[in-house]
Design a protein. Structure first.
Length: 203
């Protein structure tokens, strides 16, 4: 299915596979793993959708490096990440529960959310370039633990948002209604994750 969606994307935009693969090497290190990801590969794309490439490189000086390319007549978003950092953060996702503390800072919340988003995008992405040991590592992202992590995130979010709705109900009923709606959506996302759906980005 991924291959079919990707091929349709290439054909609609008259792109060559070699052109897309060429975008994975931006001179910041040889790609250890590169996947095509995002809404197109997840089945939510349309003719205006861009193509997301997520690239892991062995470069200890790199954290996050987004590049936008229009060279081939369509927008290609290339996000380059330090491979070892992504591997280590993903391992902490797998081996820890959420939340781990009584109080969670905004920074910790954002960090967890970004890490889950990266892991799920990699897991759902179509491999364009891969070398060992990253082939085995990428396969491990498709194991049941990631769905469990996503379900846990949305379950906690459902409780957090429902609590916020209750606290706002008397003084700010409109804001409470918004938080209540968000709590329901989070609960539905948790159920979807429990059924194996790990697509994490809101759509």
């Amino acid at each position: 299915m991924l291959e079919k969606r990707f091929q349709e994307f290439l054909e609609e935009r008259r792109l060559d596979l070699a052109d897309v693969v060429g975008e994975t090497d931006q001179g910041l290190g040889r790609p250890a793993l590169a996947v095509a990801a995002g809404s197109v590969l997840a089945g939510f794309g349309n003719r205006r959708s861009d193509l997301d490439l997520l690239v892991l490189v062995e470069n200890d000086q790199l954290t996050r490096f987004p590049i936008q390319s229009h060279e081939h007549g369509t927008l290609i978003d290339v996000n380059i990440r330090q491979a070892s950092a992504v591997r280590d953060r993903t391992a902490r996702l797998r081996d820890s529960s959420w939340p781990r503390f009584t109080t969670v800072t905004q920074e910790a919340w954002n960090h967890r959310r970004r890490t889950i988003k990266t892991a799920s995008r990699l897991a759902l992405g179509l491999k364009l370039v891969v070398t060992e040991p990253w082939e085995s590592w990428h396969a491990g992202l498709r194991e049941p633990w990631l769905a469990r992590v996503v379900e846990q995130w949305w379950t906690v979010e459902a409780h957090r948002l429902a609590r916020a709705a209750r606290l706002l109900a008397d003084d700010r009923p409109m804001a409470a209604a918004v938080r209540g709606r968000e709590a329901v959506v989070a609960a539905l996302n948790a159920r979807a994750a429990a059924a194996g759906q790990i697509y994490f980005t809101e759509k």
